[in-house]
Design a protein around this ligand. Sequence first.
Ligand code: 26V
Length: 797
Amino acid sequence: MLDTNSASVAALRADIVRHLTFTMGKDAAHASAYDWRMALSFALRDRIVEPWFAATRRTWETGAKRVYYLSMEFLVGRMLEDAAINLGLRDAASEALAGLGVDFSELVGEEPDAALGNGGLGRLAACYMESMATLGCPGYGYGIRYEHGLFRQSIEGGEQREQAETWLTQRHPWEFERPESAYLVGFRGEVTRLAGRAVWTPSETVRAEAHDTPVIGWGGRWANTLRLWSAKPTTLFDLARFNHGDYAAAAEPETLARTLSRVLYPDDTTFQGKELRLKQEYFLVSSALQDILRRHLAGGFALVDLPAHAAIQMNDTHPALAGPELIRLLVDVHGMEFAAAIEIAVACLGYTNHTLLPEALERWATYLMGSVLPRHMQIIEEIDAWHATRHPTRPHYVGIVKHHEVRMGDLAFVTSHRVNGVSKLHTELVKTSLFPELDALHPGRVVNVTNGVTPRRWLRMANPALSGLITRSIGPGWEADLDRLAALQPFVEDAGFRADFAAAKRANKSALAAWIGATQGLTVNPDAIFDVQVKRVHEYKRQLLNILQCIAHWQRLRDAPGSAVPRLRIFGGKAAPGYHAAKEIIRLINDVALVINADPKTRDALQIVYPENYNVSMAERLVPAADLSEQISTAGKEASGTGNMKFALNGALTIGTLDGANVEIRDEVGTENFFLFGLTATEVAERRRDPEHARRAILASQPLQDVLQMIAEGRFSPGEPGRYHGLVHNIWNSDYFLVASDFAAYDAAQAQVEAAFAEPDRWWRMAALNTARMGYFSSDRAIRDYMTGIWGTVSAL
Ligand code: 26V
């Protein structure tokens, strides 16, 4: 064993040096951290290529069914350490580099995040890619290779500022360019009829070029492909125009095309109906479907057999043009009848819904759809008519096209054989409140697949201290069989184990404290409760409720200093650039932090920090160090949540509402190991019917009145006392997200947290039980659910 290990270290070291020399063209004496990182990445990538080829070959040979995961977002994050861990080479890499005088962790920390997603939906796609590779489920992820991922956030004077994100300024060592795998994607133009068939002649065309990143599973046994498309012009450069001195016009086709894959839309809050976004969606869908059909035909199969070979999953409605595009290719290009084509489409397609928020649902104006994609608009009308005919009892107000809009949720529903929600509660709401009529017409089509997260990245990689303890306690292998964590349960009664568990958490907290000291200039107490709310900033997620309670807590501390367990409240997250209310909440949190952190009376007991630019790699620091996970959305609004799973898996206790997957997490970890508060989804709906709900709640809580009064008086914005008048006015008079109604219950739950933390024996038992009982929330389980319940695929391992 030791021999193989030293052999693999030596081989890896030789390959690193070889890549440093011949790929990077650098001499070890003059190599920078960047050069070493590239050399290591290439050496690791080499080791992925063989299992990748083997997997691809095996899929061809066995004719196995493939999964195609279509998503506008893949929030992958860093790849180096994850690849090393899945190859079983993390320690070998570290040792190989050490022998060359280079520090592994330093290299890892220099890799830019691939931030090709906004939040939960994009990160879920990345976890699912990793689990499909781990399970040997043959599959491809299809997405867009954005030049600029999600913006970089800075906090200036308490306010969010956005800067362009540039992950591709350095070489990206994980991908393979495939200029030969390219497709033409058309827009606009006209549809004519020829011999009874539609002929679409687009007036704009771009080339979609593939970039492949292998995704290696745990143990290095299987690898799938993440194929991201980059838009290129079909005509490179107009030399005639250039020679006439018209330099800008000469580059026009190039500019037009490249704009398509230039930037990720950063607004996951409100649907805006922007033409460029529609073009991006079609760009992804068309290139993916052309690629899928090319591969299917290359296997020698008939088009009617597509459903036996391809499961196509739509990650929300963003790729919902997949139905119309597949039908178009089958009918217009391959001469199939519409009726046969739609049957094939439905049999292949699945649709995952990720949000119920009405303002986020995609609805494209028919005039826009009709001008950008004239043929698809016809096909959508045809699908709608086909559906109406097949279901004569369909109510008149139901339909894909209504009020001059194409409703993408209805389109995705009608063109899929399965529609799924992402937690039990959410799936019920998808049935009862989003698609009640379609659900009645298609009983059994809507199913639940509760989300999951990959334990390789979110426990093994992010939390080596706890991972080590788990392996020492229950043995290896839990990473790919997370239910085995249940074997930790008996250890919870062992005081020695609890001490080790607490020590692992303490080590992570102290590393985080050092990072906060270095980056925020704030000295924090690693023995405080680390209370964390990190996620996109949205009114429904109620960061506002959290900060209001901070203020109330602070006031009590001022009256009785030294009375409380010290707390560090950590906030992090980005607001959509145009989302004013969310930006105001960020500013309020930062304003409050400034005042509270400067109070000498309470400084030892309460601090607030808002590190800028929360992203995947920051989450990897915060999650292992959290004691308390804030999952406090208005019930009925958070489809699932996945951060909630990462925190609980890492032994944080949750303070949360009965929303999304919180419900199932609480059932699994035990109600006594979860701090529940707040109105239920049903109660929320009822409460809203009382127009006086906010006023009533505020008048019933003196602490809340005091807090609102302080904000309104400008206590946290002394230079501009009126800064938060609008915000306070809104709480009194509207409070759609029921911050006031849940305040007292939240405040009481926070008191319970404090009482529990003051009893270490009890706290660490609860924390360890959280870890032990989170096995269900592995993305491996979720992917198995998709494979059996939706895709009809089996492991090829
Ligand atoms: C929505 C939109 C709307 C319009 C255009 C651009 C755009 C981009 C992204 C989104 C995503 C919103 C949906 C979303 O991220 N949902 C989250 O999905 C997670 C994974 O299922 C789930 O855990 C979260 O609860 C849910 O909010």
